[in-house]
Design a protein around this ligand. Sequence first.
Ligand code: PMP
Length: 331
Amino acid sequence: MHLNESPFPPAPAVVEAMQRAAAGLNRYPDHDGSELIAELARRTGAAPDHIVIGSGTNELLYASADISLDQGDEAVAPVPGFPTYAKTITMRGATHVGVAVRKDGVVDIEATLKAVTPQTRLVFVATPHNPTGGLLGMADIELLVRELPEHLLLHFDEAYYEFGRHAGGPESLPLLARRRGPWIATRSFSKAYGLAGARVGYGITSSRELADAYRKIRINFSVNAVALAAARAALDEGGHLAELLDHTAAERGRLAQGLSALGFQPLPSAANFVTVVTPRPAAEIAQGLRAKNIFVLPFPWPQTPGALRITVGTRQDTDAFLAAIRSVMGA
Ligand code: PMP
């Protein structure tokens, strides 16, 4: 319950598509991912030449840093946040300007705007946010789009997009389209589509020119043929996705309720995990769970003993987790 993966295997039709693709692996994949991109264009309403793919959205996070940052530039990212933000920024020799998320775990848009300087070239924003699950509201996104200066790249990380929409979050694309400066919204097949092991994600960009920049620097054939086939097939398995989203919301609720009863404070989560502020040092609780073969992520949370992020698993995982944490807490 540690890496925000889906607890369920891909749909049978997706596994079959991967098997068919595997039989043709003597050939290089379609570098452009044309079929996948055509279908993504149909579903999102974005123009195909505005859409880019990557080996997981991780590749696109690195690409955003490569495209926008030189030594001495600044990049703003939420803290705590997905570790790749700080890594890519630092690897470019740029300065990582961390902005604390709000108390409810949502990215702080006002503080993000205040952290921007003339040296800022890149801003990472995530919704739902990892590791907190916090979801940006429409007013937050509107404020960001209206106030963020044009001279920098906005990377809008929606790795948990499908969960956020299921939880009632706004559709971001029409809002982002109002931004005058460059932006990319990235979405993943690793989470809601259950394809973390395949490594494929995509980005919708503000313009063909920006998408060309991602295409120019992309590693040759970085999305393999099996991953391309899996992603394309997964888009047709709407029932599988809907079931996973309903299951996730239900088990997320059970985890939050069980943890509340033990004195943990859950943050509102719109993702496939629950994050709780802990009544005792989070690292110690994680250690106790580890001794019972249950893995969760402990991390610091200001002015508290810390926080734990618990990925939603199967029903049985929830039961086993709640039994284990009751025992660790001596309840
Ligand atoms: N962004 C966020 C916020 C994430 O949590 C993750 C995965 N944990 C990613 C991006 C990257 O996911 P992937 O490369 O598997 O698409």
